[in-house]
Design a protein around this ligand. Structure first.
Ligand code: ARG
Length: 204
């Protein structure tokens, strides 16, 4: 027999999720950098990619797919190494372009969506995190409709968070400050992204 999802369950899930999205990490750093450098449309597109990947990890966890990681640990390792390589690649590109002025042409949005998607798909910890939260927050035996509601809720929350944050960040002073300090800020961002990539490789 399936039990039903309550509003309280969803609110609890959303509270944990907001804390996770807002916690500083590679995704947040990349989102902030893209928004300040390329504007709100590019930021929102990046958030769309990040949020879609994160919601897919939650869907996977709701379907119990973390068992795949337990059965075939190499799938986890492969995803993690792919994610790490991608982060390090972004870090190298960011470092190399640090001294270049920003072009007037805004970054293509399709690319921003794809970057966000790849960045969070290469973070298999997302699924383990979602699985752990789901076990605590939701009752056992969710119906397919509940699974759809939770996934859609997660996706919309991600979009709302990144869109709202992009609007807050994309201001004249933030952009002028960034442009003035671009060579330094890009290298700091590149170093942090590279370090996060290395940490992914080294951690158990
Ligand atoms: N729901 C998410 N967007 N999760 C991934 C992001 C985790 C963390 N905020 C980071 O910046 O790396």
């Amino acid at each position: 027999m399936s039990v039903s999802l309550t509003l309280v369950d969803l609110l609890a899930f959303n509270a944990v999720l907001i804390a996770a999205i807002a916690a500083p990490g590679a995704a947040l750093l990349y989102f902030v950098k893209t928004t300040v450098a390329s504007g709100r449309a590019a930021g929102i597109a990046t958030g769309l990619g990040l949020g879609t990947a994160a919601a897919l990890w939650t869907l996977a966890a709701l379907l119990g797919l973390e068992a795949v990681f337990a059965l075939f640990p190499w799938t986890y390792t492969a995803l993690k190494l792919g994610g790490a390589a991608y982060l390090i690649w972004i870090a190298v590109q960011t470092w190399r372009h640090a001294r270049m002025p920003l072009g007037d042409a805004p970054a293509p949005r399709g690319r921003a969506v794809l970057s966000g998607l790849l960045l969070n798909l290469g973070n298999p910890k997302s699924m383990l995190f979602a699985a752990a939260v789901i076990v605590v927050v939701f009752p056992q035996g969710l119906a397919p409709a509940d699974i759809a509601v939770i996934t859609l809720n997660h996706w919309l929350l991600e979009l709302a968070f990144y869109a709202g944050f992009a609007l807050l960040l994309d201001t004249g002073p933030a952009r002028r400050g960034y442009l003035r300090l671009k060579p330094v800020l890009d290298r700091v961002a590149a170093t942090l992204l590279g370090a996060l990539g290395l940490r992914l490789i080294l951690e158990k």
